[in-house]
Design a protein around this ligand. Structure first.
Ligand SMILES: *Cc1c(COP(=O)(O)O)cnc(C)c1O
Length: 392
């Protein structure tokens, strides 16, 4: 039985495993920065690239390799390169694609730090950025009527859970000569495999659902060997955004339960969204799995489930939102997400504070917007806590 034919859940448990000479059943944590060579000749061969011997953990590490191979199997990618964080995955993917004089088109529905990269950092190196509303194909079409080298978006997006038509945007991007980079952190490969819809590069914040228990930071870039190995790897090897072997080990073990956890996150989030939508203090609840979500049909086409995050607007604005957050007894106030523990944040004053009121308005983030990352507690306890906090 070839490992290629394994179904996703088997790949998540066993994909990429490298057993050492001790024949351990659980993946080994190879916590080392360097490696000893059996001979000077072997060291020379390794540096010439003629031996598969490990050289240095900035270049490669068996535990990191297991993480990369397991995730590549789940995403259906030829190759994967692990990074220290999700942001380094995104930044290095763009760095490997773009040079001075190039142009990037991105959905404005992007993680806060991506706005800094596109608006502040890349222009310093002569790279121009342009934002569009990710849900509006006419805006993508207009922006991509002039040549571009990269396209970047997330779907579902943070925090308003907008869904981008992956296939349609990839077709437009390819006609413009652009490579498509898609941030798949919210969906995970369990719910969405963007490479199947034409995306060229997938990036992950493994900090979120892949770890799933809020322990470590981590990231990954996935795609064709010609990009990951030939273009990206020389840059990361020589500049060092490496994932620590310890964090890789946590993430490798996290993937074994990813499918089970994501399934429960989705089930809990769906019930929380329905409970919130019916609450009199709430103007609207956004969840891609609800029929009243503007892109529900599209989400159902390109995803096999709708994720663990719900956004909602309180009628009473910031004051009501803060009051509700401060009353929570079970759910934590935290800007992290994808944890087994439920967490809420008020995007306008935390994750999306820096982008400013005007940009927030374009994204639909109001002063009453709250994002909840629905955890793995008993969903009745989560809903009870939200009800008591909202005043019922
Ligand atoms: C958290 C997050 C990131 C950044 O990842 P880090 O691991 O915190 O660097 C990027 N994109 C999305 C969608 C995220 O949720």
């Amino acid at each position: 039985m070839s490992t290629k034919n394994w179904r996703p859940q088997t790949k998540a448990v066993r994909g990429g495993q490298i057993r050492s000479s001790f024949d351990e059943t659980s993946e080994a944590l190879v916590l080392t920065s360097g490696y000893a060579y059996p001979s000077a000749e072997e060291a020379e061969k390794t540096f010439k690239g003629e031996s598969s011997h490990y050289q240095y953990s900035r270049f490669g590490n068996p535990t990191v390799q297991m993480f990369q191979d397991r995730l590549a199997g789940l995403e259906g990618a030829e190759a994967c390169l692990a990074t220290a964080t999700g942001m380094s995955a995104i930044f290095y993917a763009l760095l490997a694609l773009l040079k001075s004089g190039d142009r990037i088109v991105a959905a404005r529905q992007l993680f806060g730090s991506c706005h800094y990269i596109i608006n502040e950092l890349l222009p310093r190196y002569g790279i121009k950025g342009e934002f569009v509303d990710g849900t509006d194909l006419a805006q993508w079409e207009k922006a991509l009527s002039t040549p571009a080298q990269a396209v970047l978006f997330e779907s579902p997006s943070n925090p308003m859970l907008d869904i981008v038509d992956v296939k349609a945007v990839c077709d437009l991007a390819h006609k413009a000569g652009a490579t498509v980079v898609l941030d798949n952190a919210f969906a995970t490969p369990i719910l969405q495999r963007p490479l199947e819809f034409g995306a060229d590069v997938v990036v992950h914040s493994a900090t979120k659902y892949i770890d799933g228990q809020g322990r470590t930071l981590g990231g990954a870039v996935l795609g064709k060997k010609s990009f990951i190995i030939d273009k990206l790897q020389p840059i990361t090897r020589n500049t060092g955004p490496s994932l620590s072997p310890f964090n890789a080990w946590v993430l490798v073990k996290g993937m074994e339960t990813l499918g089970l956890r994501v399934e429960r996150h989705c089930a809990n989030a769906s019930k929380v969204a329905d409970a919130l939508a019916e609450h009199p203090a709430i103007a609207r609840a956004l969840y891609p799995g609800r029929k009243d979500h503007p892109q529900h049909a599209l989400a159902a086409r390109q995803m096999s489930g709708f994720g663990g995050v719900v956004a909602f607007d309180l009628k009473g604005g910031k004051e009501a939102a803060f009051k509700a957050l401060n009353r929570l007894k079970l759910v934590d106030i935290s800007n992290n997400l994808g944890d087994a523990k439920s967490m809420v944040t008020h995007p306008a004053t935390t994750t999306h504070m820096r982008i400013g009121a005007e940009e927030r308005a374009k994204l639909g983030i109001t002063d009453g917007t709250v994002r909840i990352s629905v955890g793995l507690e008993d969903v009745t306890d989560i809903i009870d806590d939200l009800h008591q906090a909202l005043g019922q």
